[in-house]
Design a binder for this molecule. Structure first.
Ligand code: GAL
Length: 671
């Protein structure tokens, strides 16, 4: 199948490599790098991400000799380059001469140079210098045979998702004028009749800087939208230079799709990147981190609209930036990598190629560790290269699911605002809880935005979809009318896009679809547990819900709402569809039983039935009808899988009962 999106030029099979920072090493090490890269089967590297100060040591004076040599040597070795715009960390001469490009925090602190990403994307001078550097790079390397892809800046918004500088204030005002046109419209949208907040002109508006108490929530929501848009605007400015100078080279930037990255609405960035590239790191404290990894991978595919994508950074072993960093166990790096591939990645890359000797990231693992070749990490690097070579034919095949999880960044921002019924709610935790229940049942899921047509899905789950416009709510209703089981959970459909309540009872936007009406929320205290009538526990939330067409599936078994509905079901349309309301936050066991019940009503089944819950099974479908079954055994016992075909990693036949040893992976071309 030919990918709908462009791919790094000249990269055959599955892309393999990582960030390469040759400026940190002398020539002899760089020559050894080429040998090692060949040994590992590397075919793609991200180069020059943080090279600005080395390439332009003084304003207007360039030193390209070292990068020319690196690019030439890589080209000779047949290794392709995702070349960066080199703009991710402005050189000290720039911030010294123009400190006004430095970003400012909510409380007015100016962030200094000396780390990285010390820039305000809205500062006109930063934009000017960064687009100039981008042009210099494009003009110098645009025709270089190693160039396969442009890597714009790096993880835009990673350290400074919000800038509160005066540049940001000016850009925020322009953004608001474009959105509202008149100050009257803004006053209406922000509900400024409250607390004497009425504005007489756009000039009076600031970013929501530290204030005596809660800033206007509509303003906070718009500032989140503006901040995501402003980072994207900066990306576009650099990308447009590249398109002008090198229209034949695809361009992207590395996203940070995960349950931890809240502030960039990547669904709205998707169309601006030629291919979706993601960076993902395991959370060391999470004993089942493979689930959050799978969530991030499914989200990456969702943002890519189902097209192949690239895992552009992950780690071979421990990282350096968590409170206690964890070394990966035996086989874990291979499992992590192939979990991304199973979920649609056609390339696997790492931060970074060679572990740094100096600097803040010297304790971060890499493909070539400090200890050199006689290490588990290096053997893993070579082993992964072999594995990816044997999976070349998988490239371009797709993941197809009948279940959708609806994810919405404005709902993430909105549901976690201050001055709410509870401060305990974490949107991404709610997403992950439902995702985990599906994972434990072995059911594959697409993670989609609120603008996706949902009518092809059998089961649609929208956890805490707090901020909802009428057309967005309508898409969920359409899915139910088309025959899907649609699940909506507590604190959904509460406000419109301006954070104004949908009046008449909660969950306003979904009341008719769900056939319920809630009159009041009963948020629970920390450690307070209630029970449902199936005997399972629930925490954090309850609400007084009237049935208005729906039936109760679970009721509260104790507490002030004893006997009131906690989970409801409302038959919708003639196609067997139903809308379920989960007005509670059931504990994991109760949630899993509920999901099982709803999945069975939807007729949805696991990719492979009967597997241990720590065994991941995912299928990719090729256009010619070939299917590839990925089985990743995260458990400590062998797993027998009923499957027949060719096992690609070992080149053996799978004939019926196929054993996937503890910790191992099998990829079977099914017959
Ligand atoms: C990413 C970043 C890389 C490196 C990595 C370490 O956020 O893009 O440059 O710092 O983290 O995990």
């Amino acid at each position: 199948m030919t990918a709908a999106r462009p791919w790094p030029l000249g990269v055959e099979g599955i892309a393999y490599g990582g960030d390469y920072n040759p400026e940190q090493w002398p020539r002899e090490v760089r020559l050894e790098d080429i040998e090692l890269m060949r040994e590992a089967g590397v075919n793609l590297l991200s180069v020059a991400i943080f090279s600005w100060a080395m390439l332009e040591p003084r304003e207007g004076e360039y030193d390209f000799a070292w990068l020319d040599e690196v690019m030439d040597n890589l080209a000779d070795a047949g290794i392709k380059v995702a070349l960066a715009t080199a703009t991710a960390s402005p050189p000290p001469w720039l911030t010294r001469r123009h400190p006004e490009i430095l970003p400012v925090t909510e409380d007015g602190t100016v962030l200094s140079q000396g780390g990285r990403q010390a820039y305000a994307v809205s500062a006109p001078l930063l934009r000017q210098y960064a687009t100039k550097m981008t042009r210099v790079m494009a003009e110098r390397y645009g025709d270089h045979p190693a160039l396969a892809l442009w890597h714009v800046d790096n993880e835009l918004g990673c350290h400074v998702p919000h800038d509160y500088s005066d540049h940001a204030a000016a850009a925020f005002r322009r953004w608001l004028e474009a959105r509202y046109e008149t100050i009257e419209a803004l006053n209406e949208a922000w509900g400024t009749a409250f607390w004497s907040q009425r504005y007489d002109s756009f000039e009076e508006i600031f970013p929501p800087r530290v204030a005596p108490t809660y800033a206007n929530p509509s303003q906070q929501l718009d500032f989140a939208r503006y901040s995501s848009d402003e980072l994207l605007t900066h990306y576009r400015a650099l990308r447009d230079v590249l398109r002008e100078v090198t229209p034949h080279i695809p361009a992207t930037t590395n996203f940070m799709l995960s349950s931890a990255t809240k502030w960039m609405d990547y669904f709205s960035w998707s169309k601006d990147v030629d291919l979706v590239a993601n960076d993902h790191y395991l959370i060391a404290a999470d004993p089942r981190g493979q689930i959050e990894l799978a969530f991030a991978a499914d989200l990456s595919r969702g943002v890519a609209g189902g097209d192949p994508w690239l895992i552009m950074e992950h780690s071979t072993s421990a990282v350096n930036w968590q409170p206690r960093n964890r070394t990966k166990g035996r086989g874990e790096m291979l499992r992590n990598s192939l979990s991304h591939v199973a979920r649609g990645a056609d390339g696997v890359m790492f931060f970074q190629w060679r572990q740094s000797k100096a600097g803040a990231e010297k304790f971060h693992s890499a493909m070539v560790p400090h200890g050199g070749r006689d290490t588990d990490v290096w053997r893993g690097t070579v082993g992964l290269g072999r594995a990816l070579e044997s999976l070349a034919e998988v490239r371009g095949s797709r993941v197809l699911n009948r279940v959708a999880l609806v994810m919405d960044y404005p709902s993430w921002w909105g549901s976690e605002l201050d001055s709410h019924p509870t401060q305990a709610l974490r949107y991404s935790e709610e997403m992950l809880r439902w995702y985990t229940a599906l994972w434990d049942l072995g059911i594959g899921v697409d993670i989609v935005s609120t603008s996706t047509d949902l009518t092809g899905y059998e089961l649609v789950i929208a956890p805490t979809l707090y901020t909802v416009s009428a057309p967005e709510a309508e898409r969920l209703a359409e899915a139910a009318r088309a025959g899907a089981q649609v699940v909506i959970t507590f604190f959904s459909g509460i406000v419109d896009e301006n954070d104004h309540i949908h009046l008449g009872g909660y969950p306003g936007a979904f009341r008719d679809l769900l056939g319920v009406r809630t009159e009041e929320f009963y948020a629970l205290q920390e450690h307070e547990i209630l029970h449902l009538d199936d005997g399972t526990a629930a925490d954090m939330w309850s609400e007084k819900t009237h049935l208005e067409g729906a039936e109760a599936v679970r009721t509260w078994a104790d507490g002030p709402l004893h006997g009131w509905p906690a989970v409801t079901r409302h038959v919708v349309g003639e196609e067997g569809g139903a809308a379920w309301y989960v007005a509670a936050r059931p504990a994991a066991d109760g949630l899993e039983t509920l999901v099982e019940e709803i999945a069975s009503a939807a007729g949805v089944e696991p990719a492979v039935p009967g597997l241990h819950r720590d065994v991941e099974a995912v299928r990719r479908f090729a256009e010619d009808g070939t299917t590839y079954l990925f089985v990743l055994n995260h458990s400590d016992r062998d797993q027998v899988v009923q499957v027949s075909g060719q096992e690609l990693l070992r080149g053996t036949e799978a004939d019926g009962a196929h054993t996937v040893p503890a910790g191992a992976v099998a990829v079977i071309r099914e017959s």
